[in-house]
Design a protein around this ligand. Sequence first.
Ligand code: SF4
Length: 516
Amino acid sequence: MCSGQVNPPPVSPDLSETPPREECGVFGVWAPGEEVAKLTYFGLFALQHRGQEAAGMAVSDGAALVVYKDLGLVAQVFDEPTLDSLRGHIAIGHTRYSTTGSCTWENAQPTFRATAAGTGLALGHNGNLVNTAELAARAAAEGVPDVSGATTDSDLLTSLLAARPDLSVEAAALEVLPTLRGAFSLVFMDEHTLYAARDEYGVRPLVLGRLERGWVVASETAALDIVGASFVREIEPGELLAIDDDGLRSERFAAPTPKGCLFEYVYLARPDTTIAGRNVQAARVEVGRRLAREHPADADIVIPVPESGTPAAVGYAQESGIPYGLGLVKNSYVGRTFIQPSQTIRQLGIRLKLNPLRDVLRGRRVVVVDDSIVRGNTQRALVRMLRESGAIEVHIRISSPPVKWPCFYGIDFASKAELIANGLDVEGIRRSIGADSLGYVSLDGLIVASEQPRSRLCHACFDGEYPIPLPAPELVGKHVLEGIGVRVANTERAVNGDAAPKLPRGYGAGGALTRP
Ligand code: SF4
């Protein structure tokens, strides 16, 4: 069962540029005797940064499985009476930013299906599949019912898992998971068992934690910390975990080929999270040190673009000996407002998010450390604002290499044509944003700072080397399941014995690679 009110989607009043959007956060808990809905609520709070469009959870008491979800932030979706009504010993939760499918209530997660065997099945997904069109065709060919109105790869996956009357959820997962291509860190559950699974590349993080009376799985270790769970280990790439009254079972559905997302270390993950044994804050500070060595500056002060640029700015200041200071104050909550800004307010642009400290900046040569440049609009406005605030020189330092390629594994950057580094070299970008100098950390420098072997990382958005093969451009992308009549067409073709997907051109990665 799904229930909930419909709020309007959050909007960003700074329309000059949106940062790379995180994908989603997932959380799961199996803990008899604990208030699992409240544990999940706090776990989702710790994962709010990974998705701010929608939030939801599913709870089971062993007899009934209930899903509650809505558009909005965790604190807007859930209140005390709602949480009190969600009773049980198993729960999963999800915070969503849409990487496949639009921001609609139907697309919020957990997804839900009644299985062909008569149980409930709820699922939360972080990542993005790249063979969604192929899976949709297969579902249509096999007569898998499409009943939810959702248009996400996650919903389709739930349908596939629920469609086998002859198999348990666990057995169905061992059949279906090896047929998925792309990035998926999953939590799912029926009335009795909590499951967690991670794609064979381990693109998105997923960790296992221990409570005194149960188990927790979460996208990030920071979500274990907030509920008092101790870190046990990462869910292995290609591993399916099942947790129920019989204990914890681990099964392999694919051989591991680790390719963890390098951008998690740059921006996506919380600084207090640890991924593959490397604390994210420490990695970011080290990137800042390397940035200072690779791109020194003659300046009076190092300031971060808060908050994502802060650790690297600390590292830059430590290494360069230039004093660290705060020159920009972030209006932390304005980017998550539900109020549509008027045109007058929109024109304030970056000032809605960042307020300059003029006394700090006046007459100073300033090094500004930011995490990435996507379209360049933010940095252009930033440089102008700093100069208007009295800075006499502005040196921009970026704690990631130039982002030149779109991500198909769960991060929504922009289309290839929109990425400023795709069309301009560093000097061209410097001129475009109006800085006195511009320096990006090298890919090698970032990889060394992550303390991961290069061979175990995905760095495709920086160099175009996609570790998971991509299908034809028109068969991947955010709106791949929203093409005109795609599902109808697929169903018709299945009825006619032709399972080939019929997707309109111009959707998905084709657009991501070419459209401005
Ligand atoms: S393309 Fe970039 S953002 Fe996407 S998974 Fe790879 S490293 Fe991460």
